[in-house]
Design a binder for this molecule. Structure first.
Ligand SMILES: C[S@@+](CC[C@H](N)C(=O)[O-])C[C@H]1O[C@@H](n2cnc3c(N)ncnc32)[C@H](O)[C@@H]1O
Length: 205
C-alpha cells in the first residue's frame, strides 16, 4: 500500500529548499515563539551522535539534517527527489536513495537499526501498521524521533501549512508523550523527552 497521499508527498518536494528553516528557526519560523528550541535541537543531535555505530537506515530522511549525526554505515531514504538531492549534498559519503517507506526496497534484516524522525507522527492508523511491519522485516531496532505533546497542540491534528510561496497544504500530525509512544510500540526505551521532541528506541525482534 502507498502511505502518505500524493498531495502531501508533493508538498514535501515543494518544501525541500526551505525545510531546514524549521530546524534552524529561519524564514517563516523566525517569528515563531519556540523557547529552548535551538538548545534542544543541539541536545538531540548530541544524543544521535552517542548512539552506537550501526548499519542504519533513515526512513524519510528529508534534507538529512539529523541523518548526518548518525554513526556507522548510514543509508538515507526519502520519497522526494528534492529532499534526496539536498541530503546527498549534505552527506557526500553516505548512500541517499529516493524510495518509498512501504514497501521498503531492502531485503529482510538488512539493517541493525532503523531511524526515523518526524515521519511516524504523520501516518494514519492503517499506514502505521504497514510501516511498522516493514520496519520489523528490515531492521533489528527502531529509533523514532518525533514531536512532543505541548499545551498548545492536540494529540492529533489536521494542520494547514503555508510555504514561502504562499501555497497552503493540509497535513495530518500527531504529538507524543514518550511513554505513550513506547506503549504504542508494545515496549521500548525512552531516549529523550523534552519540550519539543521525544525519542524512543524499540527492539523489533
Ligand atoms: C517532516 S519530514 C521529516 C524529514 C526528516 N526526517 C527530518 O526529521 O528532518 C517528512 C519526510 O517524509 C518524506 N516522506 C513522506 N512520505 C514518504 C514515503 N511514503 N516514503 C518515504 N518518505 C516519505 C517526505 O518526503 C519528507 O521528507
Amino acid at each position: 500500500m502507498a502511505i502518505i497521499d500524493e498531495r502531501v508527498r508533493a508538498y514535501y518536494d515543494r518544501r525541500a529548499l526551505e525545510y531546514d528553516d524549521w530546524w534552524l528557526g529561519k524564514g517563516l519560523f523566525k517569528r515563531r515563539n519556540r523557547p529552548g528550541w535551538a538548545a534542544e535541537v543541539e541536545l538531540l543531535t548530541r544524543l544521535l551522535e552517542q548512539l552506537s555505530p550501526a548499519r542504519t537506515l533513515d526512513i524519510a530522511c528529508g534534507t538529512g539534517f539529523l541523518t548526518c549525526h548518525l554513526r556507522g554505515e548510514v543509508v538515507g531514504l526519502d520519497q522526494s527527489a528534492e529532499m534526496v538531492q539536498i541530503a546527498a549534498s549534505r552527506m557526500p559519503t553516505a548512500q541517499v536513495l529516493q524510495g518509498d517507506a512501504v514497501p521498503l526496497p531492502f531485503r529482510d534484516q538488512a539493517f541493525d537499526r532503523i531511524f526515523t524522525s518526524h515521519f511516524y507522527g504523520h501516518l494514519l492508523p492503517a499506514e502505521r501498521v504497514a510501516f511498522l511491519a516493514e520496519v520489523c522485516r528490515v531492521g533489528a531496532q527502531l529509533v523514532v524521533v518525533d514531536a512532543a505533546l505541548r499545551d498548545d497542540v492536540d494529540r492529533e491534528e489536521w494542520q494547514e501549512r503555508t510555504l514561502n510561496d504562499g501555497s497552503c497544504h493540509r497535513v495530518y500530525k500527531r504529538y507524543f508523550v514518550a511513554t505513550d509512544l513506547v506503549e504504542e510500540f508494545g515496549g521500548g526505551t525512552v531516549l529523550h523527552e523534552g519540550r519539543w521532541f521525544v525519542a524512543v528506541a524499540v527492539e523489533t525482534g
